[in-house]
Design a protein around this ligand. Structure first.
Ligand code: CP3
Length: 345
């Protein structure tokens, strides 16, 4: 391991140690907001790009080169491990993941087989090459959270109310638990592939879990997120846990076992620190839409995030969700610089 990597501001903040400046990276920092991304993606479908190591390396590096962010996020998608075990799933531009045969019975759950590292040699190859190129900059590996993956599989695509998902959760709890159990096994294997190849941190994106009430989270989701974070402990890399609309879930997410809890823009970080509880770093949480406003607005709001983040035991600056495709990269560059400069004062 590169000796400077362990001392990188991002890893120090995840470990709740003193930092020279607040580290910053952005969810979806690679992607459609960047002209260089749109250029290299021309003519290649999303999931084909995810299975092409040269493209994965190039796209992951683009925001690191352009912005000088404190961490890279591996370019892939939460559905890649599902595709790799033979699920007929695709990503439709402007829509998201679409599943040909939604999973709604025991036979379909039974077809979700475990993931072996041999299913994803292109992931090992891309991570290995990235770690070499990144040097002292950490690479964050990731997976979808079990609720979010279950929702795509059960609904067959993106969903506003997660109707079928909740119908299974409440109406067929044994089937739900069997599905979550299989997703947990797949997710652990998928995250281990990335860590074994050199990823420095792992983020679980349970983006849509904010749709669940705390009591139901405890019964239907927490057993699985806890198992995932416990299973990752031996890898020794910081574990980040993120979801959208999770204000009411922050206390129970704080129990799941991550080192860092990601917070969306709805809850100020000082309040989030209280809700999550002691012994955690926080990540977040500027509203991504603020980047569409004039710079003066961005600066004022970013200052507020940094100041609220000082209350946390560790703070990694990020947005409350992904960079919107219409964002001007110039704003992101300026924000990165501002976070570094203002937090070091
Ligand atoms: O820069 C990064 O953050 C790393 C790459 C990344 C992607 N997807 C690339 C991507 C990450 C971390 C993800 C995770 C992901 N995928 C999540 C969790 C994070 C979140 O945003 O909540 C979810 C819910 C998905 C499912 C998914 N995949 C959606 C909703 C979409 C967008 C569909 C669209 O076109 O609007 C995708 C496709 C996708 N994943 C794109 C990218 C860059 C866009 C594909 C394109 O360029 O055409």
């Amino acid at each position: 391991m590169n000796p400077q990597l362990a001392e990188s501001p991002f890893l120090l903040a995840c470990r709740r140690q003193p930092v020279p400046h607040t580290p910053v990276w952005f969810m979806r920092q690679a992607g459609r907001s960047l002209p260089e991304y749109r250029k290299v993606r021309e003519g290649t479908e999303m999931l084909a790009a995810c299975a092409t190591p040269d493209l994965v390396v190039e796209i992951t590096m683009q925001p690191v080169r352009r912005y000088g962010v404190d961490a890279a996020i591996f370019f892939s998608d939460i559905v890649v491990p599902l595709k790799a075990i033979g699920i007929d799933i695709d990503i439709k531009p402007g829509v998201g993941p679409v599943v040909a045969d939604p999973i709604r019975d025991a036979a379909a759950v039974g077809r979700l087989r475990p993931l072996s590292p041999d299913d994803v040699p292109y992931i090992t190859e891309a991570v290995t090459e990235l770690v070499r190129e990144l040097g002292a900059t950490p690479l964050i590996g990731f997976a979808g959270g079990p609720f979010t993956l279950a929702s795509y599989l059960i609904e067959g695509g993106p969903s506003k109310n997660h109707d079928h998902t909740k119908a299974m959760m409440y109406g067929a709890p044994e089937l739900w638990h069997a599905l979550m159990d299989r997703l947990t096994t797949i997710t652990l294997a998928w995250l281990k592939v990335q860590a074994d190849a050199g990823a420095s941190a792992l983020q679980l994106f349970d983006s849509w879990v904010g749709a669940v009430a705390p009591r139901d989270y405890r019964e239907f989701v927490l057993p699985y997120t806890s198992k995932i974070f416990a299973g990752l402990e031996e890898l020794g890399v910081p574990r980040i846990h993120f979801g959208v609309g999770t204000g009411e879930l922050l206390p129970v997410m704080g129990e799941a076992g991550a080192d860092v809890v990601g917070v969306d823009w709805r809850v100020p970080l000082d309040e989030a620190a209280t809700r999550v509880g002691a012994g955690k770093a926080l990540q977040g949480n500027l509203d991504p839409a603020i980047l569409l406003a004039p710079w003066e607005v961005v600066e004022k709001q970013a200052r507020g995030v940094i100041e609220a983040g000082r209350v946390a035991e560790g703070h990694v600056f990020n947005l409350g969700h992904g960079v919107l495709p219409s964002t001007d990269p110039g704003q992101v560059a300026r924000l990165t610089e501002f976070v570094h400069e203002f937090s070091a004062r």
